[in-house]
Design a protein around this ligand. Structure first.
Ligand SMILES: [Zn+2]
Length: 394
């Protein structure tokens, strides 16, 4: 097997998360519950470009037709993009690839920066267009580029935030970017950082929607191949610690020291060995979580979950944690409410009417937003826990 980013053969299986459903498909009724499919979730690692990849990629069309993730529902993410918009306002024409419901387009519009989005999800793209944020619905490919270039010039800035992880074919993506971007233009890619997954034991960040898990070195190799160069990296705090990579459409931009430092650090610390310990910890920590929930239940305590991001699927399916252990999960996205969590089928409910005195334990799946979540429970006495690694949240 060859690496799908750099074509090296220095590739090995490093993680096996067993049978998993699609983490962003929330079945809504009996029919969808019985038809739900599961697939083997195995991760391979390339020692040459230092990327993680899903061994067997699921067809993208199944995944994105109807999608349940609205970025703008997420307050912290909204602020993140408002700050990014200010940072990039000097550009003439910005294209946001994977623009979701217009979370970056909205603040850019406010700043009067010419910008458009591209998103594959029909229902989410429509929400953006209805808000007056021009969004081309479809995958980022030659066809859609052609369509855009009929109406607009080439962009001097392309932003792709949390996009490359979802791609089926990163090499094709890099070629398409190269053809689309202006000479000397800039590409900003935001990636959830593989190195941090390992550091924070975030195995739940591996799921089928996202076949690729990047390091700075893998981004560098991917774009070097088409004559573009990674020249700067900013560490940002979204999604458990991400990297914002700046890539120039030229071969010799000045490379910042912080960029060089991250590239070198990975060469020393991110390798096959890093996964050995990680792999053991996955099963150990899943068992700890399950044992805790069982013991809470024996005491007659009422447990609910808060937040149903995709990680709910990975965590509950690895740990075999179902509605016998968690009563229901509250989520603020209307697109997930009154559906079931993938695989383990825990009911997802809105906040309204479902925060009450009967609750004893809240397992906070969306722990990045704990500060906000805590406020919703201010009138009742509950205990909060982070699922993996299991621990109290205060
Ligand atoms: Zn590779």
């Amino acid at each position: 097997m060859k690496c799908r980013i750099c074509r090296s053969e220095k590739v090995s299986e490093v993680i096996n998360l067993g049978k998993q459903p699609l983490a962003n498909k929330y079945p809504k009724n009996k029919d969808e519950l019985t038809k739900e499919k599961k697939f083997n979730l195995k991760i391979i690692f390339c020692q040459s470009c230092r990327s993680g990849q899903i061994k067997k990629i699921i067809n993208r069309n199944i995944l994105f037709e109807d999608y349940y993730y609205l970025s703008s529902v997420n307050k912290k993410l909204k602020e993140h993009f408002e700050r990014l918009a200010i940072k990039i306002k000097r550009y003439n024409f910005v294209v946001d690839v994977g623009s979701n419901d217009g979370i970056l387009l909205q603040p850019l519009k406010k700043l009067k920066v010419k910008s458009i989005g591209i998103d594959p999800s029909i229902n989410v793209g429509k929400i953006a267009n209805d808000r007056g944020l021009e969004t081309y619905i479809g995958f980022f490919d030659r066809k859609i580029i052609k369509k855009i270039l009929k109406k607009y010039d080439k962009p001097d800035l392309i932003v792709a935030s949390s996009v490359v992880t979802h791609l089926e074919n990163p090499i094709k993506f890099s070629k398409d970017i190269k053809n689309f971007i202006r000479k000397d233009g800039t590409l900003i890619i935001e990636i959830e950082y593989l190195q941090n997954f390992l550091k924070n034991l975030e195995f739940e960040r591996f799921y089928f929607d996202r076949p690729f898990y990047y390091s700075a070195n893998s981004i560098n190799k991917l774009f070097k191949n088409v004559g573009m160069t990674l020249y700067d990296i900013e560490k940002i705090d979204v999604h458990g610690g991400s990297l914002r990579c700046f890539i120039k459409n030229s071969l010799r931009p000045k490379i910042t020291n912080r960029c060089k430092k991250i590239l070198n650090d990975e060469k020393q610390n991110l390798n096959f060995n890093s996964f050995k310990k990680f792999n053991k910890q996955i099963y150990l920590n899943s068992k700890i979580l399950k044992d805790q929930l069982i013991s809470f239940n024996k005491k007659g305590l009422n447990i609910i979950g808060y937040g149903s991001p995709a990680r709910v699927s990975t965590i509950t399916n690895v740990g075999k944690i179902n509605s016998n252990l968690i009563n229901y999960i509250i989520d603020d996205s209307p697109l997930k409410q009154n559906r079931y969590s993938p695989g383990m089928h825990i009911k997802i409910l809105p906040r309204k009417n479902n925060i009450n005195k009967k609750i004893d334990i809240v397992l906070v799946f969306a722990y990045e937003y704990f500060k906000d979540i805590k406020k919703y429970f201010s009138k009742i006495k509950v205990k909060f826990y982070k699922p993996i690694p299991f621990g109290t949240l205060r």
